[in-house]
Structure formats: C-alpha cells, structure tokens
Write a protein of this length. Structure first.
Length: 260
C-alpha cells in the first residue's frame, strides 16, 4: 500500500508526543501540532510545568494531555508512553525536543555534567523512540522528528552538547534507514539562534543583556533576525505531515542561513 493510501486509510492526523514541551520550542511545536489536528501528549520533567502549554492547546479547541517524565529514565519513559497510548491512543508522531545545554570548558567539565547532557540529549531520544516505535510499526505509518542544533557541527563552549546533538544526527539517519520499510520517516531539525530559556541562560552566563545578545545574533544571521520557537514548529508541522512521506533521513537547518 502506498503512502497516500495509508494516510487516507489511517485518517491522519492522530496522536503526537512532544518531549520538552513545557516551554520554548517544544511548547510551540505542541501547540502547532494541536492546531494541525493532532491529539498531543505534552511531556516534560514535571507534569505541572506543562500547564501553560496545555491551557493554550485546550483554549484553542485542541486535545492534549500532560505527562511528567525524565526522558533519560527508562522506566519513566516506558510508563509515560504506555499512559499516552491508553489515554489518547497509539502515538504515530514523535518530536524528540527535550534537551539541556550547560556551558563549561572541557578542562573544567565535571564528568557528571557530560553524562547528564548525553543522557538527556541522546539517550532520551533513543528511549522515547524505542518506546513509541512499535506503535508506528503496527500502524504502518509514523513520523519521527529529532530536534538537534547547529552545535552539531561544533560548539567550542559546549563539547558535551555538540557531541550529543551530532550523535542525534547519526541516530536520525540510522532510524530512517531501518524504519522506512514500515512507512516511518525520521528527520532532524537543527535550529540556529532561537529565543528560548537556553539562549537567555547563555546571555546571563556571558553577562550580556538579552536584547543585546539577540541583536548581535541577528547581525550575524543572513536573514537579519533571530529565530522564534514558531520557526521550528512550522518545519516540524511539515515533516510530520503525510505530504512529507518522501523526506527521510534529512537534516534541516532552520538557522536563517547556510550552516557549514
């Protein structure tokens, strides 16, 4: 059965999971997918933190549920995905967005920081994808979007974060090769400078006013502005759509210009 027929028969959209969806990029993606007609599971470390995203979705007439889970905890991920399947239905769309990005020079980086960054940014997507994958295989259709970063091509201030986000690109391409036969696509979005808690924290660490930080970033971006969470959400919306069925294993740099 071809992709168009499968999509029609399955009645897309369906159930989507977005991790790290309490705020920032994850919240924007969750709200956009809800607007597209998906029932959205909003996952973040603490369920209560998802209240704002949930309220925005339901106020707009969408369907959503909040789930608290540490994406680096295998048992928590297994339980969270099982709960989503039981309460919303089998998930066939997954956006792995949860991530952390502290800064420390290599010679000063505690091993515990390296382990935590790798656990959240790389182990987490593996655990959640593994837990969701069988539902997609059973449906004969699925969409996986991994939120990487331009740091994947190198980040002098965050070797742990850059390494994890580069690993996520290899993970994405490997998923595309392995799961394509089941009607499942896997792609990565690599954002540039996006207004978020993470970029605000970077400005604080550097002792720079955030408005000035954004101005400098905009000046170095070919399109002359910084990114907004909605820029990433628009791209995710396309990648999870039935129309994107022939796009798989790709890295889309949403960065306002080319990335070397």
């Amino acid at each position: 059965m071809n992709e168009i027929n499968k999509s029609a028969q399955a009645g897309r959209p369906g159930v989507a999971i977005v991790t790290g969806a309490a705020r920032g990029i994850g919240a924007a993606v969750a709200k956009r997918l809800a607007r597209d007609g998906f029932a959205v599971a909003v996952i973040d470390l603490r369920e209560d933190d998802c209240a704002g995203t949930m309220e925005a979705i339901t106020a707009a007439g969408g369907s959503a549920m909040a789930v608290g889970a540490d994406v680096a905890d295998e048992a928590a991920v297994t339980a969270a995905v099982a709960r989503v399947a039981a309460e919303l239905g089998p998930p066939t769309v997954l956006v792995n967005n949860a991530g952390i990005g502290p800064r420390a020079p290599l010679v000063e980086m505690p091993t515990a920081q390296w382990d935590l960054v790798i656990a959240v940014n790389l182990r987490g997507p593996f655990l959640v994808t593994r837990a969701v994958c069988q539902y997609m295989i059973d449906a004969g259709w699925g969409r996986i979007v991994n939120v990487s970063s331009i740091s994947a091509v190198g980040d002098a201030g965050r070797v742990d974060y850059g390494s994890a986000k580069a690993g996520l690109l290899g993970f994405t391409k490997s998923l595309a090769l392995q799961l394509g036969r089941y009607g499942i696509s896997a792609n990565a979005i690599a954002p540039g400078f996006v207004v978020s808690d993470m970029t605000r924290a970077s400005a604080r660490r550097l002792g720079i006013d955030f408005t000035e930080f954004q101005r400098r970033a905009a000046e170095s971006t070919p399109v002359g502005r910084v990114g907004q969470p909605e820029d990433i959400a628009h791209t995710a919306s396309y990648l999870v759509s039935p129309e994107a069925g022939f796009v798989s294993g790709q890295v889309i740099y949403v960065a306002g210009g080319p990335v070397d």
